[in-house]
Design a protein around this ligand. Structure first.
Ligand code: SIN
Length: 325
């Protein structure tokens, strides 16, 4: 039997409501790893499973410091000879961000699979037990490690590079943004169809070292009436980078341009992404202060910019990172 280690972080998969029919209004992150495993006795027929409780939180309370702890914990577990694959249980609200962070900072060829649930464990037809079982079924398949960190939800395996939560409450919430579904799990067996080409896990050159925090990077959302004061506020708060969740092809209202140029003169790197879910951003970069965010979401671009800044990459290297990761 393959050995799978589960790192539990809370979320709705560990959530409970007063009644089985309450699908909202529950408390996330109250059941522990023992409860999660007890709900899926069949898991022990699939793999030799061990588990630990790293956090038990609603994932809206995930922090960058907790990311650092989770990445180190995952990397340590992956380095063990008696671990063949890792599953991380996590709240779905920030699961995609954690998945991308781990995709860049955990160096392993072993499968690392994130899963969660859209319905609390107390719900009629809770989705957590099957998601957990399928995550373990994927994690015990060595091939899954080739594709970087994966998100196993609702029978689909999405690459962390493209996985995205697209629904507030329904179980089909995670989708692959045009190209991120690398496979499915059917009757306990993963089927793979495509491979992410961008660098991840064992090919990532981002190392956390002894970092205790990540460089401050803010995301600014563009909209009709966006105030340039947001940009000035970010500069005066000492951010090192800005990610613009821009309009269409990564644009900003023209009256915000001078505040952005001022930020650039202050040495801040500005990454242009889009609030549009599909496509890529290739315009508006100058390779110095302004960088195109490629097909990353604003929240993913923030992570890649933070890791670039942590390594003191200059604008040219940062631009290259956005073309490679
Ligand atoms: C959370 O993100 O912790 C709550 C929501 C969820 O897991 O679906």
């Amino acid at each position: 039997m393959r050995n799978i280690h589960i790192i539990a972080c809370g979320g709705t998969i560990a959530g409970r409501a007063d009644r089985a029919t309450n699908l909202t209004g529950y408390t996330a992150g109250v059941m522990d790893i023992g409860d999660l495993l007890a709900a899926v006795p069949a898991i022990h027929d699939v793999a030799a499973v061990t588990g630990e409780q790293l956090f038990n939180i609603d994932s809206s309370d995930m922090t960058e410091e907790k990311w650092l702890a989770l990445a180190r914990r995952t990397e340590d577990a992956a380095a063990r000879d008696d671990v063949d694959g890792i599953v991380v249980t996590h709240g779905t609200d920030t699961l995609e961000e954690t998945a991308y962070f781990l995709n860049l900072t955990v160096h392993t060829c072993k499968p690392v699979i994130l899963t969660g649930a859209m319905r609390p464990a107390s719900a009629l037809s809770a989705d957590g037990p099957l998601n957990l079982l399928e995550a373990v079924q994927a994690a015990k398949t060595a091939e899954a490690g080739k594709y970087g960190v994966l998100i196993a939800m609702n029978g689909m395996l999405c690459s962390a590079r493209f996985g995205y939560k697209t629904d507030t409450t329904h179980v089909h919430a995670f989708q692959g943004r045009q190209m991120g579904v690398v496979g499915f799990i059917q009757n306990g067996e993963p089927f793979f169809y495509q491979q992410p080409l961008r660098l991840h896990t064992y090919k990532s050159t981002f190392f956390l070292g002894d970092a205790e925090t990540l460089p401050p990077v803010w995301i600014l959302y563009a909209y009709v009436g966006m105030s340039p004061d947001l940009i000035r506020a970010a500069v005066s708060c000492g951010v090192k980078g800005l990610v613009l969740a821009g309009l269409g092809h990564g644009k900003n209202p023209s009256y915000c341009e001078s505040a952005l140029q001022q930020a650039a003169r202050a040495g801040i790197i500005i990454v242009r992404t889009s609030r549009v879910l599909g496509g890529i951003v290739t315009e508006g970069g100058d390779g110095k202060a302004f960088i195109c965010g490629d097909s990353l979401t604003p929240q993913q671009a923030k992570i890649l910019l933070q890791l670039s800044l942590l390594r003191s990459d200059g604008a040219a290297e940062t631009k290259r990172n956005f073309a490679q990761y």
